[in-house]
Design a protein around this ligand. Sequence first.
Ligand code: PBG
Length: 351
Amino acid sequence: MSTNGAAIVYRPRRLRATPRMRRLVAENRLHAADLVLPLFVKEGLSEPAPITSMPGQVQHTLDTLRDAVEAAARAGLGGVMLFGIPAVRDAVGSQGDAPDGILQRGIAVARAAVAEVEAETGRPGPVVMADTCLDEFTDHGHCGVLVSTGGVVSTGSTTAGRGAVEVDNDATLERYASMAVAQARAGAEIVAPSGMMDGQVAVIRDALDDAGFTGVSILAYSAKYASPFYGPFREAVDSALQGDRRTYQMDAANLREGMREADLDLAEGADIVMVKPAGSYLDVLRGVADRSDVPVAAYQVSGEYAMIEAAAANGWIAREASILESVTSIKRAGADIILTYWALEIAKWIK
Ligand code: PBG
């Protein structure tokens, strides 16, 4: 055959012709062990509480957290990432490092659930990770402790009626160090500082080592951008935040700065580096993956979840295909590890 007399030598469509051919030549495929399920545990709940803006997700009681971790283990997920919502909040987030704080209790429950399923199945269960940040524990909702700037400095974190306030980087580091040790004591295998304070990885590494937890890893939220896509998460953790986090989280306009943040975390001893959100930052993810010599994670955040769920609920997009495309794209862009609220469901689909 010929077209204008010239033979068509290259026919890429051959490799797309059948499902079996497409499966054979897929360059990326998802595996349950790539996936990490974020889970919320709230103090004082007697029943799990649905998160309206994240259909299908709930705030767990300690009991239902246990069940969710067990399900994650049976599904072969790579990890669970725990967030705690305390009954009482204060200016410095005291419950964040209290030995009996809700997150510490959740960690212990999760470790026990993983151990049970591992004993039964003889297969490795999910790694238990914890969010190392103050925003769920402070009464002002910021990721760190505040200093008053006497109304002189006006920042993105200014809270109306309080005068100008700013998140105090170095005072916050002390809180993170203490939280990380409390989480390690409770059984966390990975601590995950998400507050974007300068120097947080180095300080946490030091504190863990001093306390004898040299074997606990740090997953650093390295390039974390200030994003409206965290909107539903604020509901998920009953966030008290007024204003925004633009003085510590990154500006969406900046790629080079994301590389610098990742380099600094690598130099400070991060065991895993992460980019967040994922879908709008695939270029950042590719950039970090190209320069990192440790595993790279990406967090498909609450708003990414909510957008697909909402459009699918309206019948505007195909739900399963959209979810799989969004997560496969994150893998293609360079993520070795993907945090996604769909982790359990995806694991079932790809079995
Ligand atoms: C901070 C933290 C946030 C998320 C994960 N860790 C909130 C924020 O930075 O405002 C967001 C996750 C999501 O939106 O799914 N502790």
